[in-house]
Design a protein around this ligand. Sequence first.
Ligand SMILES: Cc1cc2nc3c(=O)[nH]c(=O)nc-3n(C[C@H](O)[C@H](O)[C@H](O)COP(=O)(O)OP(=O)(O)OC[C@H]3O[C@@H](n4cnc5c(N)ncnc54)[C@H](O)[C@@H]3O)c2cc1C
Length: 501
Amino acid sequence: MTDSPSIVLFQTDLRLADNPALTAAVQRGKPLICLYVWNPDAKGYDKPGAASRWWLHYSLEKLSSHIQQTGNDLVIRTGQTAEVVSSLAAQFKTPRIFWNRSCEPAFRKIEHRLQTFLKGEGGDGTGFDGTNLADPDRIQTQSGTPYTVFTPFWKKLQTVLPPSPPLAAPQKLPSPPSTHLKSETLASLKLLPKIDWAHGLRNTWSPGEEGARSALKKFLLAPAKHYSTDRDRPDLPHTSQLSSHLHFGEISPRTLCQAITSRMGKCQSAQERKSLEAYLRQLGWREFARYLLYHFPETAQEPLYAAYKKFPWDDRSDFLAAWQNGLTGYPIVDAGMRELWQTGWMHNRVRMITASFLTKDLLLHWKAGADWFWDTLVDADLANNTLGWQWVAGCGADASPFFRIFNPITQGRKFDPDGRYVRKWVPELAGLPHKWIHQPWEAPPLLLVEAQVRLGETYPYPIIDHAAARNRALLAYRHFTKNKHSNTSSPTSDSGKCAST
Ligand SMILES: Cc1cc2nc3c(=O)[nH]c(=O)nc-3n(C[C@H](O)[C@H](O)[C@H](O)COP(=O)(O)OP(=O)(O)OC[C@H]3O[C@@H](n4cnc5c(N)ncnc54)[C@H](O)[C@@H]3O)c2cc1C
């Protein structure tokens, strides 16, 4: 019993540094099994989308080689996680099991099953806080309910920041038990696409812990200084692009938080300080998203404001296909959708513009957009994606009201003023002067000829007139609120945990 090994279950914490579950297992000093379980039968949001699976493959490859360098091996198994862990546990007679907790319903189910199993077997296991800045159960309104508005949540969260310092990566891992441990190969998980469409992803990203550290270093060198003024500009590289690294846990939010606060302590300029504060606030939004998913798990499928279940969404598949393919005729929308397709990532401002276009101009269900993002984003994250889509659609926590409808032309002019972003991703418009780049259908015919743009041939006419679409959306909304007025003012989730602040 005393020599029974420790099992560390890696999930969305694919790193050695600041990994509390791993550190605790190493400190126990017994033989160590590093385990990753892939469930090929998982469905829906329990299974990462295609672009995320690409990332996961390389992240596991890096983790595995890092574990090897420190004296152990990553054991890969397939099946239902709790069952796989249980059968390993049975083989080794009540080992200790360590994992980092997650806010995602699928992982919480696994955790619950593990705990039930351990209780039945008299085993021992511990879940650690490795993926959040704060335990979601510790942050509550004065009446003891969960927050559903960001600003008071953020104020409260700041009272527990900065978190304790991050843990160093163990230099040496205890060896695995002497018994041979069968492992699947990474290739056998078939995470990579059958037809190779991933060259754009390969050219853009470096999954893994080292890639995360260099992305942070790069961000701190310059973009961090401009974050507060330029973070909304998709034509400038002034955001950190750390979202996938954070999602897969290749870097911990605690490490990031410490790097930013220690930089704040040294920075000389008020501008840089403001930028670092703005960045911390975005980490606060990430925390808020995780907090909401933890307290309202049903929101991954349903709006937080239950009345919106009855919103009269349209279901035109031709509109959805045009949006997905970046062929709506609105250059900033098309640029975003093509950036997404080619790189697996899209700038936050453009995520908002494209999401507003889908849900309001096209009046399509936010879930259709969330599903597409789930499959195509390398950073697809159930908490952030759900919050983002429900925020734009007006049915989530602290959401932008439905009647706030982004105008794709003025948004384009404001946030991509020279049209550089559009020219990069919609090259067929590259010859247009910036005055017309965000509304080519208004350009003088001669100018279109000079720029070699043939509307309806080389680039589509707008699939819908924005002004008319806006009126249609507002009318639908007015009609909906008239019928449902009493239901739209507060969240009414099925869990009954609804709260105002
Ligand atoms: C419709 C929609 C869908 C989205 N889907 C996802 C998703 O699936 N995965 C995802 O990680 N983010 C999502 N976001 C949030 C945001 O767009 C991305 O986190 C951000 O663009 C990632 O780029 P970055 O790392 O350069 O961000 P930075 O600006 O450098 O921000 C640093 C980190 O803060 C967090 N963050 C920043 N903005 C937000 C936000 N609005 N909400 C929550 N966390 C935030 C992210 O973890 C990000 O990596 C979505 C936003 C919208 C509007």
